[in-house]
Design a protein around this ligand. Structure first.
Ligand code: MN
Length: 257
């Protein structure tokens, strides 16, 4: 039976990375596209609660939504797909890396995360664009990976974050997230009316380390990182006597049970 895929992204429904990937995947799979009607990069896992959403079917099976990537996945599963089974949620291909700690800002990862939270396997795909890259090659590799993932019969909620290096990759690496920190993050400027304004940006610095996505990319490999949506810090929880004692003092003082 043909697998059915839900495609989305955060670069908008007209983005090249989505368009090329959807067209190639349509050759082998049933594809439904539900994506933001404009770029929503950096939207993370935001959901729209305070204004209505509109979904426009711009061509058969392609829905443009005036919301976030998470809205798109949510609307797809709860309404547009009307209970049709989806074998994999695919988010991307994003133009720009989503590696290391940056996954927490990413709308590309946010959409995949929503798929995972709704109980579906999901994959986020991003292309490093800091040097010359070949998006068509990345699309072919992504399609190969997607076919491989489907053959593995991924468990519900599996969440894979994938980053492609700019150059032709020499292989694949199964990785963990690197740590990232920014220097000179905020640039201060003055507008034409003499008022101060700010740009958040700056050059990222990476604390790579063995087995990280950053290290893999540096070595010219495609990085595949399995992510958890369960954010509990189990290490602190298990070694948590210090915190339990602290909370107990608060409770006694406030007589909270
Ligand atoms: Mn983006």
């Amino acid at each position: 039976m043909t697998h059915r895929l839900l495609l989305t992204n955060d670069d908008g429904i007209f983005a090249e990375g989505l368009e090329l990937l959807a067209h190639l995947l349509e050759e082998s799979f049933d594809v439904v596209v539900v994506a933001p009607d404009r770029e929503r990069s950096g939207a993370s896992h935001a959901i729209t609660l305070h204004h209505p959403l509109r979904a426009r079917e711009i061509r058969q099976g392609w829905f443009a939504v005036d919301g976030t990537p998470t809205d798109c996945v949510n609307l797809a599963f709860h309404h547009l797909l009307r209970g049709e089974e989806i074998d994999l949620v695919v988010s991307g291909i994003n133009l720009g890396l989503n590696a290391g700690d940056d996954v927490t800002y990413s709308g590309t990862v946010g959409a995949a995360l929503e798929g995972s939270l709704l109980g579906h396997p999901a994959i986020a795909l991003s292309q490093d664009t800091t040097r010359e890259y070949d998006l068509e090659r990345t699309v072919r590799l992504a399609a190969e990976l997607i076919a491989g993932v489907l053959e593995e019969k991924p468990e519900p909620g599996l969440l894979l974050n994938v980053n492609f290096p700019p150059e032709e990759p020499s292989g694949w690496a199964f990785t963990r997230l690197a740590r990232r920190f920014y220097r000179e993050v905020v640039v201060e400027k003055t507008d034409p009316r003499g008022k101060q304004y700010f740009w958040i940006g700056g050059e990222p610095r990476w604390e790579g380390g063995q087995g990280t996505d950053w290290e893999a990319l540096e070595e010219g490999l495609v990085s595949v990182t399995p992510l958890l949506t369960e954010l509990t810090d189990h290490r602190t929880l298990e070694a948590g006597d210090r915190w339990r004692r602290r909370l107990a003092t608060l409770s006694r003082r406030a007589e909270v049970r």
